[in-house]
Design a binder for this molecule. Sequence first.
Ligand SMILES: [Fe+2]
Length: 381
Amino acid sequence: MKFSYFLPTKLSFGFGTLGTLGSEAKALGASRALVVTDKVMVSTGIAQRATESLGIAFDVFDGVEAEPRIEVAQAVADRARSAKYDLVVGVGGGSSMDMAKVAAGFATNEGPARSFVGNNLFSKKPLPSIMVPTTAGTGAELTVTSMVTVEGHKQWINSQLLLPSVAVVDPDLTMSMPQGVTAATGMDALCHNTEAYLSSLASPITDSAALEGVRLIVQNLEKAFDSGGDRMARESMSLGALMGGIALQAKMVYGHSIGYTIATRFRLAHGVSCGLPLPYIISNYAVACAPKMKKLAEAYGVPPDDDPAELGRAVAEKARGIAEHLKIPTTLKELGVAESDLPTLAEECLEMYPRPNSPLVFDRRSMSEFYRRMWEGNLEG
Ligand SMILES: [Fe+2]
C-alpha cells in the first residue's frame, strides 16, 4: 500500500466557533482582510456576524454568484490586488469559498484570472485565508480546487498552494439554510463521500472519513431537510460535509463529471447535478469495487449481501430514496434531456472530464449506455 495525504488547514468545528474568527485572524498576523461573500450572506446578516467577530480592518467583496463565471474570478482578482490585504476570508457556500481561495492567490500572483485555469499555475505563496462555510456540503474549505465556468463549461483552478490556512465550521450558520439549499448541498456531500470511497486513489484516511461521512449524512440529511431547526441533524450534516472535504483528496469518479455536463445546460445547483447520477454510479461501480461494497452498504444502512451486484442495487435504491425525499430529480428524462442528446453528453463527459482514477473504465459506447440508463431510471449495473 502506498499513499500520501496533505492537509495543512487548521480545523475549528462546532456551534459557536464563528466567535474564534478574530483570534484565528490574529494568529495569522493579519491586520486588513478582504472578505469574499455573496449578497445573500450580506442580506441575511451572516456576513456581518463574521466581520464583527473578525475584529480587524476589512473590506467586503459581495459580488460572488452561484457557479461563478471566470469574469467573476477576474473581478475578485482586481479587488484583491486593489489594496494591501494580508488575509482573505471566505464566507458562504462553495462558490464564495472558491472565489476566496483564488482571491488569496491572485493577490500575490500577477496575470489575468483566465491564465490560472488549469493545474498548479500559481508560483508565489498566496495570502493566508480563513474559510467560513455557511452550507453543509461542498467541502470547499478543505480542497485545492476552485470551480469556474468558462464559456458555459465547468473548469477549475487547482493549486495545492490555495489550501486554506484555517476552516471555521460553525453549524449554527447552516440553521437558516432554505430547504432547497439543504437538499442540494447535502446531496453534494453524500456524493463526495461516496465517490471518493469508490475512487482508485482512496486511502485508509480518505476511506475512514468517507464512510463516517456517508453514515452521518444518510442518518441526518432527511431530518435536516424536514426540520431545519434540528440542531443535532445540522451539526451531523456539517460534520458529514467536513468528512467529505477530507475524503475529496481521493478525487471524484464519473458522478461529478456527469454532473458537470448537465449543470450549466439545465441551470442546476451543483449538488443536484451530481446527485442525479449518484445511484447509477453506485450500482454500476459495485462489481468493480466489490471488496469495498460491504462497508459502503453498512454506512448506507443497507443489510449485507454476498453478491456485490445485488448489494450495489440495494445501496443505489437507498441513495435514490434519499434524492426522492429531497425532491431532487432522479432521471435525465425528468430533467428534460432529449434522448437524441445522450451521445453528445456522453462524449463531452469523457472528453472534458476524464477520470483516470475511476476503477470502472468507460468508452464512448458504454458511457452512452450509462447516460441512457440515467435517462430511463434503470439502476441495473
Ligand atoms: Fe461536489
